[in-house]
Design a protein. Sequence first.
Length: 169
Amino acid sequence: MLRLIVPLLLLATPASAHSLGSAGFAAGLAHPLFGLDHLLAMVAVGLWAGRIGGRARWLVPSAFVAAMLIGSLLPVALPSVETGILGSVLILGLLVAWAPKLPLWVPALVVGLFALAHGHAHGAELSGGAATLGFLLATAALHGLGLMLPYARWLGLGVATAGLVLAVS
Protein backbone atom coordinates (compact mmCIF):
# COMPACT_ATOMS: atom_id res chain seq x y z
CA MET A 1 0.00 0.00 0.00
CA LEU A 2 2.81 2.42 0.86
CA ARG A 3 4.31 1.82 -2.60
CA LEU A 4 1.14 3.37 -4.01
CA ILE A 5 0.88 6.40 -1.73
CA VAL A 6 4.54 7.50 -1.73
CA PRO A 7 4.65 8.31 -5.48
CA LEU A 8 1.37 10.20 -5.14
CA LEU A 9 2.77 12.23 -2.26
CA LEU A 10 5.91 12.99 -4.24
CA LEU A 11 3.86 14.25 -7.18
CA ALA A 12 1.63 16.48 -5.07
CA THR A 13 2.59 20.09 -4.55
CA PRO A 14 0.87 22.91 -2.72
CA ALA A 15 -1.59 24.82 -4.90
CA SER A 16 -0.82 22.92 -8.11
CA ALA A 17 -4.47 21.99 -8.34
CA HIS A 18 -5.19 25.58 -9.30
CA SER A 19 -3.94 24.91 -12.82
CA LEU A 20 -6.31 22.01 -13.39
CA GLY A 21 -9.26 24.20 -14.25
CA SER A 22 -12.21 25.27 -12.20
CA ALA A 23 -15.24 23.54 -13.69
CA GLY A 24 -16.46 20.01 -14.09
CA PHE A 25 -16.29 16.74 -12.23
CA ALA A 26 -12.67 15.98 -13.21
CA ALA A 27 -11.44 19.35 -11.91
CA GLY A 28 -13.23 18.78 -8.63
CA LEU A 29 -11.95 15.22 -8.35
CA ALA A 30 -8.36 16.30 -8.99
CA HIS A 31 -8.39 19.32 -6.71
CA PRO A 32 -7.79 17.57 -3.34
CA LEU A 33 -5.34 15.12 -4.91
CA PHE A 34 -2.81 17.60 -6.27
CA GLY A 35 -2.41 20.05 -3.43
CA LEU A 36 -0.11 18.56 -0.79
CA ASP A 37 -1.78 20.48 2.03
CA HIS A 38 -5.21 19.14 1.09
CA LEU A 39 -3.97 15.62 0.40
CA LEU A 40 -2.20 15.29 3.74
CA ALA A 41 -5.12 16.69 5.74
CA MET A 42 -7.64 14.37 4.05
CA VAL A 43 -5.51 11.27 4.67
CA ALA A 44 -4.88 12.40 8.26
CA VAL A 45 -8.63 12.51 8.93
CA GLY A 46 -8.84 8.84 7.93
CA LEU A 47 -5.75 7.96 9.96
CA TRP A 48 -7.17 9.65 13.06
CA ALA A 49 -10.58 8.02 12.63
CA GLY A 50 -8.83 4.66 12.32
CA ARG A 51 -6.77 5.26 15.45
CA ILE A 52 -9.91 6.16 17.40
CA GLY A 53 -11.79 3.15 16.04
CA GLY A 54 -15.40 2.13 16.48
CA ARG A 55 -18.05 4.57 15.28
CA ALA A 56 -15.35 7.20 14.66
CA ARG A 57 -14.31 5.24 11.55
CA TRP A 58 -17.39 6.55 9.74
CA LEU A 59 -18.50 9.50 11.91
CA VAL A 60 -15.28 11.55 11.77
CA PRO A 61 -14.84 11.36 7.96
CA SER A 62 -18.57 12.00 7.50
CA ALA A 63 -18.36 15.11 9.69
CA PHE A 64 -15.47 16.34 7.57
CA VAL A 65 -17.27 15.78 4.26
CA ALA A 66 -20.49 17.41 5.53
CA ALA A 67 -18.68 20.46 6.91
CA MET A 68 -16.60 20.68 3.75
CA LEU A 69 -19.78 20.90 1.68
CA ILE A 70 -21.09 23.64 3.98
CA GLY A 71 -17.77 25.52 3.68
CA SER A 72 -17.91 25.31 -0.10
CA LEU A 73 -21.36 26.92 -0.12
CA LEU A 74 -20.68 29.80 2.27
CA PRO A 75 -21.57 33.08 0.55
CA VAL A 76 -19.08 35.12 2.60
CA ALA A 77 -15.30 34.95 2.71
CA LEU A 78 -13.84 33.15 5.70
CA PRO A 79 -10.82 34.83 7.28
CA SER A 80 -7.47 33.03 7.31
CA VAL A 81 -8.55 30.08 5.17
CA GLU A 82 -4.99 29.20 4.11
CA THR A 83 -3.83 29.40 7.72
CA GLY A 84 -6.65 27.04 8.69
CA ILE A 85 -5.69 24.61 5.95
CA LEU A 86 -2.01 24.60 6.88
CA GLY A 87 -2.91 24.39 10.56
CA SER A 88 -5.13 21.40 9.84
CA VAL A 89 -2.18 19.47 8.41
CA LEU A 90 -0.01 20.13 11.46
CA ILE A 91 -2.71 19.64 14.09
CA LEU A 92 -4.35 16.60 12.50
CA GLY A 93 -0.92 14.99 12.14
CA LEU A 94 -0.23 15.57 15.83
CA LEU A 95 -3.65 14.22 16.80
CA VAL A 96 -3.03 11.08 14.75
CA ALA A 97 0.35 10.55 16.42
CA TRP A 98 -0.88 11.36 19.92
CA ALA A 99 -4.39 9.81 19.67
CA PRO A 100 -5.76 11.32 22.88
CA LYS A 101 -8.86 9.71 24.38
CA LEU A 102 -11.65 12.18 23.66
CA PRO A 103 -15.43 12.03 23.52
CA LEU A 104 -16.45 11.26 19.94
CA TRP A 105 -18.00 14.69 19.40
CA VAL A 106 -14.61 16.38 19.89
CA PRO A 107 -12.85 14.78 16.88
CA ALA A 108 -16.01 15.34 14.80
CA LEU A 109 -16.02 19.02 15.78
CA VAL A 110 -12.27 19.45 15.19
CA VAL A 111 -12.35 17.95 11.71
CA GLY A 112 -15.56 19.84 10.96
CA LEU A 113 -13.93 23.17 11.73
CA PHE A 114 -10.93 22.34 9.54
CA ALA A 115 -13.26 21.10 6.82
CA LEU A 116 -14.96 24.49 6.65
CA ALA A 117 -11.64 26.01 5.60
CA HIS A 118 -10.88 23.24 3.09
CA GLY A 119 -14.40 23.40 1.65
CA HIS A 120 -14.32 27.17 1.42
CA ALA A 121 -11.02 27.04 -0.48
CA HIS A 122 -12.36 24.44 -2.90
CA GLY A 123 -15.65 26.27 -3.31
CA ALA A 124 -13.87 29.55 -4.07
CA GLU A 125 -11.64 27.95 -6.71
CA LEU A 126 -14.12 25.59 -8.36
CA SER A 127 -17.49 26.21 -9.93
CA GLY A 128 -20.50 24.04 -10.43
CA GLY A 129 -22.23 21.10 -8.83
CA ALA A 130 -20.17 18.54 -10.74
CA ALA A 131 -16.93 20.04 -9.42
CA THR A 132 -18.33 19.98 -5.87
CA LEU A 133 -19.32 16.35 -6.23
CA GLY A 134 -15.82 15.59 -7.54
CA PHE A 135 -13.97 17.13 -4.61
CA LEU A 136 -16.32 15.55 -2.08
CA LEU A 137 -15.77 12.09 -3.59
CA ALA A 138 -11.98 12.58 -3.76
CA THR A 139 -12.02 13.70 -0.13
CA ALA A 140 -13.99 10.63 0.96
CA ALA A 141 -11.59 8.38 -0.98
CA LEU A 142 -8.58 9.97 0.74
CA HIS A 143 -10.27 9.45 4.12
CA GLY A 144 -10.75 5.80 3.16
CA LEU A 145 -7.09 5.53 2.21
CA GLY A 146 -6.12 6.92 5.61
CA LEU A 147 -8.35 4.35 7.30
CA MET A 148 -6.51 1.53 5.52
CA LEU A 149 -2.91 2.63 6.01
CA PRO A 150 -0.75 0.91 8.62
CA TYR A 151 1.67 2.66 10.98
CA ALA A 152 -0.78 5.48 11.64
CA ARG A 153 1.20 6.93 14.56
CA TRP A 154 4.34 7.30 12.43
CA LEU A 155 2.42 8.58 9.45
CA GLY A 156 0.78 11.13 11.75
CA LEU A 157 4.22 12.36 12.79
CA GLY A 158 5.14 12.60 9.10
CA VAL A 159 1.98 14.59 8.34
CA ALA A 160 2.68 16.94 11.24
CA THR A 161 6.26 17.42 10.06
CA ALA A 162 5.08 18.14 6.53
CA GLY A 163 2.56 20.63 7.94
CA LEU A 164 5.35 22.41 9.77
CA VAL A 165 7.51 22.51 6.62
CA LEU A 166 4.60 23.85 4.55
CA ALA A 167 3.87 26.49 7.18
CA VAL A 168 7.41 27.87 7.19
CA SER A 169 7.98 27.67 3.44
